[in-house]
Design a protein. Structure first.
Length: 283
């Protein structure tokens, strides 16, 4: 199912600035992000006075497919949402991409309330938190944070700090592994990174677990990550979706929605009605 047409604020054309390269699976990813944000704003605008969009891995705003076609990144999808956010906060670790994003939003979205930060979100979390408005009785704030690292670089401590601010999360998890034994390297050589991602030692989960390939590892990783977010008090729904790309050994990715307000199940079910069939529903 091709991403439905919508009017991006930033034209999807080559403007001479940096654009990250992606593959065809980004179409399904974009569908999910677009529909979740649309339903989030529609639901929250009736209950809250101020809506904030936080993107921890924003990229340049545009993505280039292998065939040369340019499509929207998550910042453009958020800025194109008809029901506007009150504030947009973008974080991107790659300086070339963050610089390009700054140029694009300044040119096309100068009237919006936008902040762009360059750096690792795990290291910038205190600074990011400083710029996030706090809810009061007279001004209720709802924030949704997109976490889409294409890795396990996001530390659970970062998520926990944001959770204490009442942030809702939209999490897209995928691993661009091509070697069939990449899971061994992750478990053995990247154990510290793996532990930081989960917020708990991987060894806590190893008893009774059988992991023979990348797919089994990823399913277990997502299962425990999902479980740990629920332990923070979130209502949670998620699903696996097919990766329309044969270059990666793991043929699917995960998208989860974590909310501290009612309506989580309804938003999730409405999104899945609009997006290509999921591989397997994940509770």
């Amino acid at each position: 199912m091709i991403l439905e047409k919508f009017n991006p604020v930033i034209p999807s054309e080559d403007d001479g600035f940096a654009i990250e390269v992606t593959t065809s699976w980004t179409f399904t990813r974009n569908q999910l992000i677009r529909h979740y944000l649309h339903l989030f704003t529609g639901t929250m605008q009736r209950k809250f006075d101020y809506l904030v969009y936080l993107d921890l891995y924003a990229g340049s705003g545009l993505k280039r497919l292998e065939n040369g076609e340019i499509t929207s990144g998550s910042p453009v999808i958020a800025l194109s949402e008809p029901r506007r956010f009150s504030k947009y906060i973008f974080c991107e670790i790659n300086k070339n991409y963050s610089d390009a994003l700054k140029v694009r939003v300044k040119k096309y979205c100068r009237h919006e309330n936008i902040l762009v930060f360059n750096g690792d979100p795990n290291h910038l979390i205190e600074r990011l938190s400083y710029y996030m408005p706090v809810s009061t009785k007279k001004n209720k704030v709802a924030t949704i944070c997109l976490i889409d690292p294409f890795s396990i670089d996001i530390e659970f401590e970062t998520v926990r700090i944001l959770s204490e601010l009442g942030v809702n999360f939209l999490v897209v998890l995928a691993l661009p592994w091509k070697s069939k034994d990449s899971f061994h390297f992750c478990i053995d050589e990247e154990r510290e990174l793996l532990n930081a991602f989960l917020g708990k030692p991987w060894s806590n989960y190893e008893n009774g677990m059988t992991v023979n390939n990348n797919e089994m590892f990823f399913r277990n990783l997502v299962k425990y990550y999902h479980q740990n977010l629920r332990e923070l008090g979130y209502m949670a729904k998620g699903s696996f979706h097919k990766m329309e790309d044969t270059n990666y050994d793991i043929p699917f990715f995960f998208c989860g929605y974590y909310s501290n307000t009612t309506g989580t199940r309804k938003i999730h079910s409405e999104v899945l009605k609009r997006v290509s069939p999921q591989v397997k529903l994940f509770e």
